[in-house]
Design a protein around this ligand. Structure first.
Ligand code: A3P
Length: 334
């Protein structure tokens, strides 16, 4: 990035609203285009990515709000694409030896010249075999233009009911942010505190409803470009939704594959019980320094009932009604 561009980015970030999370200013979040992001470096990288990322026509982008089933979708899509390419037998799938977040690189973690986590340089992105599967938590409005305007690059968005998403985020952020807090200044979030921040949209990549409905609207307007998936539907009938995904990316399952049980094999390989038991997911840290096992907790629908008080349920239902009114979008809560 050129020096004057750096300066522009710095000035822009300087002017953006900031807030603290976990009751601490230490871990600040920054608001940009109505969404909240974890800190200065990520915003800087988002801006750089918007400017420099060039989508290829056959790219497949997995987009999501955090804790809505991203890890699962990474593996399912990877398995669908690679079985169609005949790259390797299922028993030798990289899914069995690499953490799902290493299989699918997130755009905001790529080093676009300054870099956030420096996992991968932007030129290394070009070396990923086609079709590239890339991930992102970017809200739709912030996706690089080349993703939005390419007629062929496809987006698969996964969402989850807000109740279970909130609980999953609460567990994850309490664990992860505190583990990563080198200065040990953070206190655990109480569920009540997190609920209030969540309610106001002051969470990473929040607000939730705007993130979800923006992609929902795009999926209705352009169903060939954006496939909208729900965690609860995938849990209820994975076969149907795996077929939808395979059709969407132009790699449908053949009748012969179906009768050979390929779909069932993928579902079993990517199931949370199987993923949890793999050595690669049980041990060690990922490139953020987060325990790899933190991405696999319960993987259930409806667990929120053990956390929400009756007034919280009422408030969340009202918010949901208000935010989803007129969109046609609904969620299964149990
Ligand atoms: P819980 O915390 O409710 O268990 P993300 O991948 O977007 O970070 O979402 C994480 C959530 O998905 C966690 O939910 C996690 O347990 C669940 N999950 C991870 N792998 C899964 C899988 N293979 N099948 C179903 N759910 C999975």
């Amino acid at each position: 990035m050129l020096a004057h561009e750096e300066k522009q980015v710095e000035e822009l970030i300087h002017q953006l609203p900031k807030s603290g999370i976990l009751g601490s200013q230490y871990r600040s979040i920054i608001q940009y285009q109505n969404f909240w992001f974890p800190g200065y470096l990520l915003i800087e990288n988002i801006l750089k990515c918007q400017k420099h990322f060039k989508a290829k026509d056959n790219d497949l982008i997995i987009a999501s709000h955090p804790k809505t089933g991203t890890t699962w979708l990474n593996t399912l899509l990877f398995a669908i694409v690679n079985r169609a390419n005949g790259n390797h037998p299922m028993s030798e799938s990289p899914i069995l030896s690499q953490h799902p977040h290493h299989l699918v690189n997130r755009l905001e973690d790529v080093n676009f010249g300054g870099g956030f986590y420096n996992q991968l340089s932007s030129s290394q992105l070009d070396d990923i075999p086609s079709p590239r599967i890339l991930g992102t938590h970017f809200p739709y409005v912030l996706l690089p233009e080349s993703i939005k305007t390419s007629n062929y690059c496809r987006i698969l968005y996964i969402c989850r009911n807000p109740f279970d998403t909130l609980v999953s985020q609460w567990h994850f952020y309490n664990k992860v942010l505190i583990d990563l807090d080198g200065e040990q200044t953070l206190k655990p979030y109480t569920f009540e505190q997190f609920f209030e921040d969540w309610f106001e949209g002051r969470i990473l990549f929040g607000p939730f409803f705007e993130h979800v409905t923006d992609y929902w609207v795009q999926s209705l307007a352009n169903p060939k470009k954006v496939l909208f998936l729900k965690y609860e539907d995938l849990k209820e009938n994975p076969t149907v939704h795996l077929k939808r995904m395979a059709d969407f990316v132009g790699m449908p399952f053949s009748i012969e594959e179906e009768s050979r049980g390929v779909i069932r094999e993928i579902i079993e390989m990517c199931s949370i019980n199987n993923m949890k038991e793999l050595d690669v997911n049980k041990n060690g840290l990922n490139y953020y320094g987060v325990e790899k096992k933190a991405y696999f907790r319960k993987g259930e629908v409806g667990g929120w009932i053990n956390y929400f008080t009756p007034p919280m349920i009422e408030r969340m239902n009202k918010l949901m009604q208000q935010k989803l009114q007129g969109t046609g979008l609904t969620f299964k809560l149990v």
